[in-house]
Design a protein around this ligand. Structure first.
Ligand code: SAH
Length: 352
């Protein structure tokens, strides 16, 4: 039992079984024991790694994307450079370094970071130096055109799950088992108005969609574009994608709340609908491998590898390959752009 298992058990004893969304919120964001609140989860000593931590090329190519989009917007002299869930600040540091090819970009960019974790806010401040402003959500951002980056952010926002049994739908809830001592799954009948095969699981992500809709609305009203990268699927399909990860391996979702990362795959079809409801334009989603290739991955890797030798060179090349190869991150991870109707469609989306 973790401190959070005890807290969740008391909540269930008081209020009855809770939705998966509430369980995720408590496990990840409890003000005292929440997973993201208490630790830096990234890197070899942590629980999982992400593309910017694997290779500097990832953030650099996103820097190239951001500069190109800033130019397409007519090089505004002041704009918000926003990142949702910036982790250790690695992606932003690599982006800003690559963007130095256009010094005016760095002068025009006002850095705004949306982050709930005090531990990661400190890591971001150490990495990026003075000049950034932190927020808990989009609402407190100042007005103005924005370029927004979100890598592995939307997967961390809570979902609800529904399961079809004998032609009827049930919401999956977290309840108590083993004489009230253990957390276990429970089910509650719901009316979904959908047909489904026995055993099918459907996921919905109202909080994720609320953030996307608010961002779409802001981009429509004030101009700019966003780049969203995450693991997930392009078309809505049934499936249980809820997962817990601890020490670089999968863990049981209910086992040690507060000590494992809990996420789900992003349904990019529904995310796109939410951005459109807000008023943004959403071109077709790309696979991460195709996006990075179009942004010049091969040339960048070749240039940097030319400065390395032996084992360093091999490590660098294999890390860069991991980002784009189909069997690694290249196909599972998708890249979605959304933009204001007043802003030109970002390269390389819609180019075939
Ligand atoms: N983008 C980084 C980190 C990904 S991990 C990278 O690619 O390495 C998820 C990030 O989102 C962490 O920084 C985490 O603290 C943050 N986060 C999770 N839920 C959040 C929320 N509801 N609001 C703001 N930030 C959140």
């Amino acid at each position: 039992m973790t401190p959070l298992s005890r807290i969740i058990r008391t909540m269930i004893e008081t209020d009855g079984p809770m939705g998966i969304d509430r369980f995720m919120t408590v496990a990840l964001a409890h003000p005292q024991h929440g997973y993201y609140i208490t630790r830096d989860p990234l890197g070899t000593a942590g629980d999982f790694t992400t593309a910017p931590e694997i290779s500097q090329v990832f953030g650099e190519l996103i820097g190239v994307w951001a500069v190109a989009q800033w130019q397409a917007m007519g090089e505004p002299q002041s704009f918000l450079l926003v990142e949702l869930g910036p982790g250790r600040g690695t992606l932003m540091a690599d982006l800003l370094r690559a963007a130095q090819v256009r010094p005016h970009f760095g002068k025009a960019a006002k850095l705004h970071l949306i982050e709930t974790s005090p531990v990661l806010r400190a890591a971001q401040a150490a990495r990026l130096g003075p000049g950034a402003t932190w927020h808990f959500s989009l609402e407190s951002l100042p007005a103005g055109p924005a370029l927004v980056i979100a890598n592995e952010f939307f997967d961390a926002l809570p979902i609800r799950q529904f399961e079809c049994r004998g032609g009827r739908w049930f919401e999956r809830l977290v309840g108590l088992q083993g004489g009230g001592l253990k957390l276990g799954l429970a089910a509650q009948p719901v009316k979904l108005g959908l047909s489904g095969q026995d055993g099918a699981v459907m996921e919905v992500a109202p909080e994720r969609e609320a953030v996307a809709e608010a961002l779409g609305d802001r981009l429509k009203a004030q101009g700019g574009a966003a780049l969203v990268i995450d693991y997930g699927h392009t078309v809505t399909a049934p499936g249980d994608t809820l997962q817990a990860v601890r020490a670089h391996g999968f863990a049981a979702v209910l086992e040690r709340p507060g000590e494992a990362d809990i996420t789900s795959h992003v349904d990019f079809e529904q995310l796109g609908h939410a951005f459109r409801r807000g008023g943004a334009v959403v071109p077709p989603v790309m696979r991460q491998g195709d996006f990075l290739t179009a942004m010049g991955l091969a040339a960048r890797v070749e240039r940097l590898a030319g400065q390395l030798q032996g084992g360093d060179r091999e490590n660098f090349l294999s890390a860069a390959r991991r980002l784009a190869e189909e069997a690694a991150m290249g196909a599972l991870f998708k890249v979605m752009t959304v933009h204001s109707p007043r802003t030109p469609a970002p390269y390389p989306f819609g180019v075939s």
